[in-house]
Design a protein around this ligand. Structure first.
Ligand code: N01
Length: 510
C-alpha cells in the first residue's frame, strides 16, 4: 500500500486485476447482471494480457480459435484454425469495445498490495500510481504466465550483443545475417525459431530438455466456410462443440500412461519422419512420457533442423561472453543476439509475487503459499474472504481452451456473489475443511497419470512434488462441479453498523 496515498472514499463492489481474457470475461458478465460498480486495474496501457505482450514471429495460440474465444462472443471469420496473436488481440479489442468495457479500465495501475479489513469487510488495493482503492470483492485475473524468466547464466549481464526475452520481442532489431542464440525449446521457441531460421546467418537452438511435438492440424478457413458460419451460427457452434470434444478426448492418454505410450510411438515416428539425420532425431526425442510436460504442436519445428544454418546444441551452457556463448565442453559459438525462450516465472505465489495480500487476522497469502499453494476450484482461498481468482491453483489446462475454464469460474464467482447478497452478509470465506477435502481428493486424481508417472520435472509441480497447476480431470467435470455453488461451503460474516467504524469483530455464521 502506498503510504499517505488517498483512499477512494466510495468502495467499488468489485475490483478486477488484469484486463486479459479473464478480467474482460468477469467485467462483461458483471455488466450483463447490471453491475457497473467495478473497475479493472491494468498495469499496461492496453487490454489483451498475453496477446498484447507476446508478438514474436510465429506467435499463435495452440488451441483452435473457434474454441479459444468466448462462448458468448463467437467469431465467424477466423482466418485460420490457429489464429496468429494479432488476430486474437484484435478479437479482444473488438470485444472490449462491443461490451463497453474500456471506460471501466484504469491503465498503468499496477497493484502493489491488497489488504482485507474485517472491521468493514472491504479490501484496500494499493497501486504504483499512488492511488488506493476500496472494494468489497477483489478478483485477481492476472494469469499465471506473464513474468518473464531470465535464466541465471554466468556472464549473461556482460553480453554486448542484443538480448531479449520472447515475450519482449524487439521488432526494431533486424535479425538478418546475424548469429542468433535461442535458449529454450518450449511453446514459444518452437514457434519463433522456424520463422527466423531462414533470415539469420546461423541459429543455435539450445535445448535443455526436448519437448514432445506433434503435428499441427493447420488449415485456412475458406470464404465459403466463413460465409456459412456467418449465415448459420448454429453450424459454427456445432463446429466449436466438435473441437471441444476432440480436444477433450486428448486428456485420456494423460490419465492413462499405457495409452500415452502408444501415442508416444506415433510422436517418435513423427520426429524420425521429419528429421533426416537419425542422430539428431534421437537428440530431439524426449526420454519422458508424452504429456508429462505440455505437448507442443508444430509442422515446422523439426524440419528446421534439416537446414544447414541451424544447430541443435544440447551441451549445457557454461557461460556467456561479450560476443559469444560457451558450452560445458568448452566450445565457443559467436553470438550477435541471444533470445530467451525460457518461459515465465510460474510460482504458486505468482499472483502476488510483487505484492502482499493480507486476509483474516493479517495472514499473508505469500506466506500461506510459501511451500504449497491451494485454493478451492482455483477460485477462492480459505482465510481470504471475498478474494476471487481466475485460473488460480489447479485450474490450468494442457489439452483444451483455458477460456472454457475462465467462463466456468466467472459464473461460479457470480453465483457466490449472489449468495452473499441473498444472505445480506458482507463477506464470505470458504471453510478450511472444505478446501482441505477438495485438495486431498484432487491430488489423489494425479496418482497414476503421466504427470506423476511420466518421469519429467516441470513447472506444474511445486517443491513437494504436488501438482499445483493443472486441473486433473475433464474440463466438463469442472463445469459440472462449479455449475452450482454450495452455500454451506462458506462461512458468512456480517459487519454491524456500529462495528463498521469502530473495528469490533464482525459476526459470523455458517
Ligand atoms: O516457456 P516454457 P514458453 N537454461 O516454460 C528452457 C505456453 N504457450 O515461453 O524444459 C536452459 O514452456 C526450458 O527447459 P526445461 C507454453 O505451452 C502457449 O515456451 O525446463 N534452458 C524450456 O525448454 C507454456 O506452458 C501458447 O529443461 C532453460 C524453455 O526454456 C507457456 O506458454 C503459445 C533455462 C521454457 O519453456 C510458456 O511457454 C506459446 C535455462 N536456465 C506458449 N530456463 C499457446 O498457444 C528455462 N529453459 C496457448
Amino acid at each position: 500500500m502506498t503510504a499517505q496515498a488517498p483512499v477512494s472514499t466510495k468502495p467499488y463492489d468489485v475490483i478486477i486485476l488484469g484486463a486479459g481474457f479473464g478480467g474482460l470475461c468477469m467485467a462483461i458478465k458483471l455488466r450483463e447482471q447490471g453491475n457497473d460498480n467495478f473497475i479493472i486495474l491494468e498495469k499496461a496501457g492496453e487490454v489483451g494480457g498475453t496477446w498484447r505482450d507476446n508478438s514474436y514471429p510465429g506467435c499463435a495460440c495452440d488451441v483452435q480459435s473457434h474454441m479459444y474465444s468466448f462462448s458468448f462472443e463467437g467469431k465467424h471469420d477466423w482466418t485460420k484454425r490457429y489464429a496468429p496473436w494479432h488476430e486474437i488481440q484484435d478479437y479482444i479489442l473488438k470485444t472490449t469495445e462491443k461490451y463497453g468495457i474500456r471506460p471501466f479500465c484504469r491503465f498503468h495501475q499496477e497493484v502493489t498490495a491488497a489488504h482485507f479489513d474485517e472491521s468493514n469487510g472491504l479490501w484496500t488495493i494499493g497501486t504504483t500510481s499512488g492511488e488506493n482503492y476500496l472494494c468489497r470483492h477483489f478478483v485477481m485475473a492476472s494469469g499465471p504466465l506473464h513474468v518473464p524468466q531470465i535464466p541465471n547464466i554466468k556472464g549473461l549481464d556482460t553480453f554486448k550483443g542484443k538480448l531479449f526475452h520472447s515475450a519482449q520481442w524487439d521488432h526494431s532489431y533486424d535479425l538478418k545475417g546475424k548469429n542468433v542464440v535461442s535458449i529454450g525449446t518450449g511453446g514459444s521457441a518452437i514457434q519463433y525459431c522456424p520463422e527466423i531460421a531462414p533470415d539469420v546467418k546461423q541459429l543455435y537452438v539450445f535445448q535443455r530438455t526436448p519437448a514432445w511435438v506433434i503435428p499441427r492440424d493447420e488449415r485456412q478457413y475458406s470464404g465459403l466456410t466463413k460465409a456459412v458460419f456467418k449465415q448459420f451460427p448454429l453450424l459454427r457452434q456445432a463446429y466449436r462443440a466438435r473441437l471441444y470434444w476432440t480436444n477433450e478426448s486428448r486428456v485420456w492418454p494423460l490419465f492413462n500412461p499405457p495409452i500415452a505410450k502408444v501415442v508416444q510411438k506415433l510422436a517418435e515416428g513423427f520426429i524420425r519422419f521429419q528429421v533426416k539425420d537419425p542422430a539428431l532425431a534421437k537428440k530431439l526425442t524426449p526420454d519422458y512420457t508424452i504429456g508429462c510436460k505440455r505437448i507442443l504442436i508444430s509442422n515446422k519445428y523439426f524440419p528446421m533442423f534439416n537446414r544447414k544454418n541451424v544447430e541443435l546444441v544440447t551441451d549445457g551452457i557454461k557461460e556467456v561472453r561479450e560476443h559469444s556463448i560457451v558450452t560445458a565442453d568448452g566450445k565457443e559459438r559467436p553470438a550477435d543476439c541471444i533470445i530467451l525462450g525460457t518461459g515465465f516465472i510460474v510460482d504458486p505465489r505468482i499472483y502476488m509475487r510483487n505484492f502482499p495480500v493480507t486476509g483474516l487476522g493479517g495472514r499473508d497469502l505469500r506466506e500461506d503459499w510459501k511451500d504449497h499453494s491451494e485454493a478451492y476450484y482455483g477460485v477462492t482461498v480459505s482465510g481470504y474472504p471475498n478474494l476471487w481468482q481466475l485460473v488460480g491453483p489447479n485450474a490450468g489446462l494442457g489439452h483444451n481452451s483455458i477460456i472454457f475454464m475462465i467462463e466456468a469460474q466467472v459464473d461460479y464467482i457470480l453465483k457466490c456473489l449472489d449468495n452473499l447478497k441473498a444472505k445480506g452478509a458482507d463477506y464470505m470465506d470458504v471453510k478450511p475443511d472444505v478446501q482441505r477435502k477438495f485438495n486431498d481428493e484432487l491430488q489423489q486424481c494425479f496418482k497414476n497419470t503421466v504427470w506423476t508417472q511420466g518421469g519429467c520435472a516441470s513447472w506444474y509441480q511445486q517443491a513437494d512434488g504436488q501438482n499445483f497447476a493443472l486441473w486433473p480431470k475433464s474440463t466438463w467435470r469442472f463445469w459440472l462441479e462449479t455449475r452450482q455453488t454450495k452455500a454451506s461451503d462458506y462461512q458468512y460474516s456480517y459487519v454491524t453498523a456500529s462495528t463498521g467504524k469502530t473495528g469490533k469483530k464482525a459476526k459470523s455464521t455458517a
